[in-house]
Design a protein around this ligand. Sequence first.
Ligand code: 13P
Length: 257
Amino acid sequence: MNRRYRKTIIAGNWKMNKTISETKAFAEELKPLLGKPKWCEVVLCVPYVNIPAAVRAFKDSRVAIGAENCHSESHGAYTGEVTVEMLKEAGVKYVIIGHSERRQYYNETDFTVNKKVRAALDAGLYPIVCVGESLEQRELGVTMELITYQVKVALAGVPADKMRHVVIAYEPLWAIGTGKTATAEQAGEVCEAIRAVVRKLYGARVARSVTIQYGGSMNARNAAELLAQPDVDGGLIGGASLKAPDFVQIVNAANQE
Ligand code: 13P
């Protein structure tokens, strides 16, 4: 983390978990445990149908609500999809784009990710852009090339003044939901490389200010070590964001002055 230049953001990604009533119960449990964290922003990305309940439940708190996906078009015949304007009006601030599960199961590509990123920014949302390599790609030694490519395509056509809204999440596929976390050095190294790509594209000032998260089996036990890396500015948390006490411990690890 480096708070002098950029925000620390801890974001939960609930994926396909929790009903509306469970969302409300979670909020009531989380709020008193969380208090008002001063040094980091807290985000919960929840399933579409839970968004109104989550926005209402967290309105008097410091927790911002995010979506887990969006469509890139502004309207039209896309059965089952949701636009960025719909999300904005529902009270959403952040939107996860290009999560590896969406790339894997729903055919998202770097190019669809780029379209969604631009649509989200145009609507005034804050995209959390996910990048990451598979185990095979890591073992082949192409992690840095792949990440560079993913970041470059995701940000194509994004003007420098919009970059203050962009969050990048490094999520190695082999660490997601596996209990196998990247070492702090591995996470730090790739997050540093992501910042170097942003620097090449936008210059040092923008690169310094962009928040880069790590995601993949981040939990109460390993969060502090990962966040101690200078280029790891927060976390995107799956499993551990579903239990309020676990999530709070991660926030506490990030919320050090
Ligand atoms: P886990 O924390 O469950 O490994 O999930 C990480 C993730 O995919 C967050 O987007």
